[in-house]
Design a protein. Structure first.
Length: 81
């Protein structure tokens, strides 16, 4: 999980300009205002390309993208499938 988590946290840190050390697994991704809806699309494309996965439209639900830890778990499960 560390690799996936680090990739997500690094992306969010870069987009939001919030130091990575201030982010945690519980950091809300969209609701916190750290990234915009456009940045969220960038994140999705980045994750699909980086981890060679496809995120289907029906998977774009808050349960999968609420916080960094949840998203990392979701991506890891996609990689196992």
């Amino acid at each position: 999980m560390a690799v996936v988590y680090d990739e997500i946290a690094g992306f969010i840190s870069k987009k939001s300009r919030v130091p990575i050390k201030e982010l945690s697994a519980a950091t809300k991704i969209y609701k916190s205002g750290l990234i915009s809806s456009l940045s969220m699309l960038d994140l999705l494309c980045h994750l699909e390309n980086t981890f060679a996965i496809t995120i289907r439209p029906e998977e774009l639900i808050e349960d999968n993208f609420e916080d960094i830890g949840t998203l990392a778990s979701f991506i890891e499960n996609k990689m196992k499938a």
